[in-house]
Each structure stands twice: as structure tokens, then as C-alpha cells.
Design a binder for this molecule. Structure first.
Ligand SMILES: [Zn+2]
Length: 68
């Protein structure tokens, strides 16, 4: 079993690794600052937070009880 440890589960994966800190022309992914609606911690989400919709930080999101 030679599973790549760096391949942490979390969807996506396969980002450009291997040195050369060059940013892509369009950026790998967006980062929007938001405040977690659960713990109130400031976090960044890969999507634009919508007003009225709760935003959770990674921590809360992963430990959130899946509502079906
Ligand atoms: Zn949180």
C-alpha cells in the first residue's frame, strides 16, 4: 500500500505541487473572508458567502451533523 499521504481527503486534490510558487493567471481558487455562523471565528471560504446564509469554518463544517 503506497498511498500518498499528502492526498488528504477533502475533495478536489491534485493541486500543483513541486516548488515554483507561481500563481496561476486565474488563481487556483477564490478565498472570501467570512465569519463562522457557529463559532464566530473568522475563516475563509472558497465561495462567495451569500447574505442570509450561514457560513461555517472548516472546523465546524466537518463536524457538522449532516442534515440528510
Ligand atoms: Zn466555526
Amino acid at each position: 500500500m503506497s498511498y500518498d499521504e499528502r492526498r488528504g481527503g477533502g475533495g478536489g486534490g491534485g493541486y500543483r505541487g513541486g516548488g515554483g510558487g507561481g500563481r496561476g493567471p486565474s488563481g487556483p481558487r477564490e478565498s472570501h473572508e467570512a465569519v463562522c455562523s457557529k463559532c464566530g471565528k473568522q475563516t475563509t471560504v472558497p465561495f462567495k458567502p451569500t447574505e442570509g446564509r450561514p457560513v461555517y469554518c472548516r472546523d465546524c463544517f466537518s463536524s457538522m451533523p449532516r442534515d440528510r
